[in-house]
Design a protein around this ligand. Structure first.
Ligand SMILES: NC(=O)c1ccc[n+]([C@@H]2O[C@H](COP(=O)([O-])OP(=O)(O)OC[C@H]3O[C@@H](n4cnc5c(N)ncnc54)[C@H](OP(=O)(O)O)[C@@H]3O)[C@@H](O)[C@H]2O)c1
Length: 206
């Protein structure tokens, strides 16, 4: 698949590395592509351009920018985003207007009717993206939520392509829970993981 990753930071690079390895086409969309040329050496095969050109080329857009920037980005590019599957990995922490809405719901509202937004990877530390299997031998989960069945099937495959275990957490409104899991993950990582940011949530059945 052709994935536009908006942002060129830690999550963007980690996800791109895995998907390039799996054979996907990655185009980074940056505010300053001329200043991000190191990306092309770090991730051979990836493309790098401005945000609009990246989205125009792709069928999937993954938002890996700060949560504070997402609403305006979605409003500004609603027409492009509406025609694509949007994966929102951004974490609002305490920046939500109230705790009864998910960051990804704000993204979907900004894009407007027809938006296909899946919240995913919110509770996966960037440091773990290269190690889908933990040191104790457990496959790490990727939790996602959304209302678009086809989009979720695509995300399921993309998660498996990274070697992680996809966990469908239900409708987009359940992203409210995923948002809330992130600060708790940080607290637990401090308490039990020494603050190394290498821990993960794991949903276990029998
Ligand atoms: N770090 C984690 O472990 C983790 C885990 C799960 C989810 N997340 C979420 O994933 C997103 C990215 O996190 P990250 O750790 O990869 O961040 P990061 O390393 O700081 O990278 C963010 C990227 O977004 C772009 N950017 C920065 N400020 C922006 C702005 N005001 N408007 C538009 N673009 C801007 C920059 O790319 P350009 O300058 O090239 O445009 C930058 O490289 C965040 O929303 C975060 O909450 C992070």
């Amino acid at each position: 698949m052709h994935i536009a990753i908006i942002g060129t930071g830690r999550m963007a690079r980690g996800l791109a590395r895995g998907w390039l390895h799996a054979g996907h086409t990655i185009t980074f969309g940056s505010r300053a592509p001329d200043q991000r040329q190191d990306l092309l050496a770090e991730l051979p095969g990836a493309e790098l351009t401005d945000t609009v050109a990246a989205m125009e080329r792709a069928e999937i857009v993954l938002l890996a920018i700060p949560f504070e920037a997402v609403k305006n980005f979605a409003l500004a590019h609603a027409d492009l985003l509406r025609e694509r599957l949007v994966i929102d990995i951004t974490n609002p922490f305490d920046k939500l207007p109230d705790n009864r809405i998910a960051g990804a719901e704000i993204t979907a509202t900004a894009i407007g009717d027809g938006a296909r937004v899946i919240a995913a990877f919110k509770d996966n530390f960037w440091k773990t993206l290269d190690s889908p299997v933990s040191s104790t031998g457990l496959i790490r989960d990727v939790h996602f939520a959304g209302d678009d069945a086809e989009g979720k099937a695509v995300v399921t495959q993309l998660v498996e392509d990274l070697g992680f275990r996809p966990v469908d957490c239900g409708p987009l409104r359940n992203a409210r829970v995923l948002d809330a899991m992130v600060p708790l993950m940080l607290e637990l990582d401090q308490r039990y993981g020494g603050g190394a940011a290498e821990s993960s949530w794991k949903f276990l059945t029998s």
